[in-house]
Design a protein around this ligand. Structure first.
Ligand code: ADE
Length: 234
């Protein structure tokens, strides 16, 4: 049996606190203007960090979790704004693919979200998605699967949300997932992005986000810990 080190990443303190609180053998390391928490969860080695908001910080943190801490899987936990009407506050969505809604070189005839040698939509690891479906089944939870759109923008505008919906066929939006996807895909590290809905990216989004960040982040974090339990080493 090969051992494994699982990275668990969030963007904000609220997204990783419920996870850090459950770790054993906790060791904190300061690195690159951030803190990384190594520990074990039911005997499995994990490294946990929050990146700070946005694609640039997410890229930095995901890269460090893999290159410096040697993580060979990455699970992201956090909150998102809903695009799909099916998604209500507190509901869970897993990304089957992630795109950057604010990446735009359409002036050169390219599709939104595309740059040469990249891909509009980066697929997440299928095995980890299967693990998530089993966990959801065992907990009696509904898990939506769909495209998550990422951008350096808190969306609180129905028109922008509609545009992202029709351009990328996305079901939810946030500010880090696609950056993590690009890093993990380039470094061949299986990754998984889970989000619990905190708002609907509409005119009430700022208010809802503040009201539901903590409770939705906890729903996502609890699910991620069950995934750590369910991941089998080969
Ligand atoms: N994360 C949670 N809600 C969001 C929103 N409305 N826009 C961007 N990121 C989010």
């Amino acid at each position: 049996m090969m051992s494994s080190k699982i990275a668990i990443m969030g963007a904000m303190p609220e997204e990783i606190e419920p996870i850090i609180n459950k770790l054993e053998n906790l060791k904190e390391t300061a690195y690159a203007a951030n803190k990384y928490y190594e520990g074990t969860y039911h005997g499995k080695e994990v490294v946990v960090a929050y990146s700070k908001i946005g694609k640039v910080f997410a890229t930095l943190t995901a890269t460090i979790l893999i290159e410096k801490f040697g993580c060979d899987k990455l699970l992201f936990s956090g909150v998102a704004g809903a695009i799909s009407d099916e998604l209500k506050i507190g509901d869970l969505i897993i990304a089957d693919g992630l795109c950057q809604h604010d990446l735009d070189i359409t002036a050169f005839g390219h599709a939104h979200g595309y740059v040469p040698e990249g891909e509009v939509c980066v697929p997440s690891d299928e095995e980890l998605r299967e693990v998530a479906k089993k966990v959801a089944e065992s907990k009696g939870l509904t898990l939506k699967e769909g495209i998550i759109a990422t951008g350096d923008q808190f969306v609180a505008d129905t028109q922008r949300k509609e545009w992202i919906s029709k351009t990328f066929n996305a079901d939810a939006l946030e500010m880090e997932g696609a950056a993590v996807a690009v890093v993990c895909s380039a470094l061949n590290v299986p990754f998984f992005i889970l989000r619990a809905i905190s708002d609907s990216a509409d005119m009430d989004a700022g208010f809802d986000f503040d009201a539901f960040l903590e409770s939705s982040a906890k729903i996502s974090a609890d699910f991620i810990l069950s995934m750590v339990d369910a991941i089998e080493y080969k």
